[in-house]
Design a protein around this ligand. Structure first.
Ligand code: NAP
Length: 500
């Protein structure tokens, strides 16, 4: 069942997705139908939770507590995508009715709405056997807006993936979700190069992401690639915060850094704190030493971790302490700013502590940071002037800025941004969680002078679906007739420049 996908399997899966697109539940206006299916998937996953968690625990070592939590999160993601599909904000309908005047003040009737891209490819993550795998948020968000999905499972948890795929197959129509297995990179490349595939979502390594991206670039028609490739999620501890509550902060950050053996995409991998912050350092090291341990996800992650740690250890100015298997590296801010290697993510149980001597030293290190999913700032009121300098810098590199907070942890809410500048994401304008995760799989289409009977649901004059729309500049749930277009000559704009 979980045998290696061949090129023919990829072709068959893409053909099934293409055949499904255009029929129910993938037609414009079938949103409630898809929402009901997402709710049914959520219920079915919840009902099978004990068997699924046992399978995933055996394959990933993540432990039952974490896996029950992740499964519940996956259920909530499906429910949330159902709610968003029904509510329809992702359609973002805009209606500008005609203005009878010469251009540029006059215009024809133009109406815009977001439409599903078509079949999309999704690559499941190793570190989220539920939340970013078969029925994870990439599937749920794409399906919610009407895209059939061809999903490549991660080889780190094939049996869990097969069990979830079986549940999905019992609920979804043919072609809505086709699931491929194996470790053949060739099949992955065929998938992103298949003509009918209109976008791809990915969570994994920089190398894997780059390989898929370059395969996409070779297409005659390159498609959007939403890749989440890794982040160091920097944390800045300001001097007064370190003075006033160094011990508490050290303990809290140690808890964040050791969750799931550091195998979270939002793991705080780089912590910048003042040189000589002894209370912070002692509490951090003792928190790390006390944290629970388990095996890493799989041999590939193990090997990647060993290699990354070795490289970091050998780079200039780096020292290392092994705290019961969690590696704590130290470096000065000046060496950190000068070393590309020190700024690379080491995925797994590793943290890099960066010591800064003063403001200029800290700024140089912060300015050297690359794109990240999160950046956290711990500042006391007495740190305000420094925080004023750092905060805009963190905003430039991160998709989400945490004030006094600790990653990991991604709240399931409309406003969430789980993305960021490269390499945390290949598309800094997107998010793989929250309401923005849906719009990744759509594109805007404008209808010009379109007869009423040809307009897609949502762009009709009456607003039968009750969407929130922008009609002639007004945000409204009312009909078009309630918001007439302003006449071009109202503002005396009917200029005839040549005669002036
Ligand atoms: P990975 O090696 O990038 O694998 C993820 C997916 O990409 C798999 O389906 C894999 O294919 C495919 N792939 C990888 N290299 C490829 C290539 N050259 N050509 C075509 N397809 C390729 O990621 P992983 O197994 O999760 O773990 C390895 C590393 O990924 C970790 O050490 C860590 O650095 C990173 N990681 C990052 C995140 C994050 O949140 N950004 C999460 C997990 C892991 P197959 O299935 O066919 O093997």
């Amino acid at each position: 069942m979980t045998q290696e996908a061949t090129e023919a399997d990829v072709r068959a899966a893409v053909e099934a997705a293409e055949a499904a697109f255009g029929a129910a539940p993938f037609r414009p206006g079938d949103d409630a139908m898809r929402a009901d299916l997402l709710d049914a998937l959520a219920d079915a996953l919840a009902a099978e939770r004990h068997a699924l968690v046992a399978l995933a625990d055996a394959e990933t070592h993540l432990g039952a507590d974490r896996l029950y939590g992740e499964l519940l999160r996956t259920v909530r993601q499906l429910e949330m995508c159902a709610e968003l599909a029904r509510e329809g904000a992702w359609l973002d309908p805009v209606i500008d009715t005609a203005i009878d005047a010469p251009p540029p003040y006059g215009r024809p009737d133009i109406r815009r709405i977001n439409e599903a891209l078509g079949p999309v490819a999704v690559f499941a993550a190793s570190n989220f056997p539920f939340a970013f795998s078969v029925l994870g948020n990439d599937f749920a968000s794409a399906f919610a807006v009407g895209c059939p999905v061809v999903l490549k499972t991660h080889p780190g948890h094939p049996e869990t993936s097969a069990a979830v795929a079986k549940i999905a197959a019992s609920i979804l129509p043919e072609g809505a979700l086709s699931v491929l297995y194996g470790t053949g990179y060739g099949a992955n490349l065929h998938l992103v190069q298949a003509r009918a595939i209109r976008a791809a979502g990915f969570t994994g390594s920089l190398g894997g992401g780059r390989a898929l991206l370059s395969a996409i670039d070779q297409r005659a028609d390159p498609i959007p690639f939403f890749g989440e490739l890794g982040a160091v999620n920097p944390v800045v501890v300001c001097p007064e915060a370190a003075n006033a509550r160094g011990a508490a902060l050290g303990q809290t950050l140690a808890t964040g850094a050791t969750m799931s053996m550091g195998q979270f995409c939002t793991n705080p991998g780089v912590i910048l704190r003042p040189a000589g912050a002894a209370e912070f350092d002692d509490a951090f090291m003792s928190g790390i030493a006390k944290a629970p341990r388990h095996a890493l996800l799989n041999e590939r992650i193990d090997a990647g971790f060993a290699k990354g740690a070795e490289t970091l250890k050998a780079s200039p100015g780096v020292t290392m302490k092994d705290a019961m298997g969690h590696l704590v590296f130290s470096i000065s801010a000046a060496d950190f700013a000068a070393s590309e290697i020190a700024r690379e993510e080491v995925f797994g149980p590793a943290t890099l502590l960066v010591s800064y001597e003063g403001e200029a030293d800290l700024m140089a290190a912060v300015d050297a940071l690359e794109g990240s999913l999160t950046a956290s700032l711990h500042a006391d009121p007495a740190d305000d002037a420094l925080a004023d300098e750092i905060e805009p810098r963190l905003r430039r590199i991160a998709g989400r800025v945490l004030y006094a907070g600790v990653s990991p942890g991604v709240a399931l809410t409309d406003a969430m941004v789980h993305g960021g500048p490269f390499p945390s994401s290949t598309r800094g304008d997107s998010s793989s969680v929250g309401a923005l995760s849906l719009t990744r799989w759509t594109r805007p289409v404008a209808y010009q002078s379109c007869p009423a009977r040809r307009l897609p649901p949502g762009l009709d004059d009456e607003n039968a679906r009750g969407l929130t729309r922008r009609v002639n500049g007004a945000v409204t749930r009312g009909p078009v007739s309630a918001h007439p277009a302003e006449q071009a000559d109202d503002k005396g704009r009917m200029k005839t420049w040549r005669n002036d």
